[in-house]
Design a protein around this ligand. Sequence first.
Ligand code: CAA
Length: 278
Amino acid sequence: MRIAVVGSGTMGHGIAEVASISGMEVKLIDISWDILNRAKQRMEESLKRLYDRGTIKESPEQVMRRIEMSTSYEVAKEVDFAIEAVPEILDLKRKVFEQLDKITPRDAVLATNTSSIPISDIGEITSRKERVIGMHFFNPPPLMKLVEVIPSKYTTEEVTNFTVDLAKKMGKVPVRLKVEVPGFVSNRIFLRLLQEACREVESGEATVEEVDSAARNKLKLPMGIFELADYVGLDVVVDLWKVIVGRGAKDVSCSSYNKKVESKELGVKAGKGFYSYQ
Ligand code: CAA
C-alpha cells in the first residue's frame, strides 16, 4: 500500500508516521525542505518515544526508511491513497486537490484531514468527486485512536469502506459519519465544552485552573479543557468555531479565545496561551 500525505505540520507528520508504522510506503510532501526537515525531526522524536515504551517493535530508523519526503507532487504518481493535511483554508485545500487529481492514478482515493470544511466543497474541484472523502485524525495522531470517516454526498460506498478499513489497518478506531454535519461528531462536542468552560471563567464562577482540575478529576479527561485548547491551538479553535457557526450551529461563543488570538497567545506553539510554556 502506497500513501501520499500532503502537508507535514502537526497533523501531516503524525499521519505519515502512523501510516509508516503500519507498514505502508509513505510519500510526505510539503512546500519547503525547512518544513520537511522539522517534520522529520518530530517524527524521529515521536518514534523514539514509542520504541522506548515498547509500543512499536521496529526501530525508528526502520520506520523512517519507508517515508520519502519531497517538495514535488511527482512522488505521488503511483500511490493508492492520498491524504491532505494543510491549513483549514478552502482555496488552499482545493489547490492541493487539483494537483493530486492530476498526478495520482485515476483510481486512487483522495482524502482530506479537514476538521470542519464540507468534503463536497473540496471534492467538487476534482474530476473524481466520488473518490474524495474526509479522514479526520486527532492530535497527536500516533496516540489518538479516533478517526472520523466522512463521506460526502458524492462518495461511493466502496471508497467509504476502503477508508474505514485503512483506518483499522492503521490501528485506529474509525467512526463513520452518515452525513457531513458541521464539526462532524467530536468537534461539535469539543467546541461546546470549550465555550462552556470559557463562560464559567468569564462570569467569575471559577478560574482556568479550577475548571481544568474539574475536567481532569471529575470528567476524567486526560487534559484540562483550557490545557487542551492551548494544545490544539487557540487560532484553530476560533477558526473551527467560525466554520461551524457559519454552517448553521447556534453561536454560543465566548470572547476569551478571540482575545487570546488577537494578542498572539495561540497556546503551546506560541509559548503562551491560557498557560505559559517556556
Ligand atoms: N508521539 C509519541 N509519544 C508521545 C507523543 C507523541 N506525539 N506525545 C506524548 N507521547 C507519550 C509521552 O512520551 C509519554 O510517554 P511515557 O508514558 O512513556 O513517558 C506518554 O505519551 C504520555 O505523555 P505525557 O506524560 O506527556 O502526557 P499525558 O499523559 O497527558 O498524555 C496525551 C499526552 C496523549 C496528548 C494526552 O494528554 C491526551 O490524550 N490528551 C488529549 C488529546 C486530545 O484530546 N486530542 C484531540 C484534540 S482535537 C483534534 O486534534 C482535532 C481537531 O479537529 C481540533
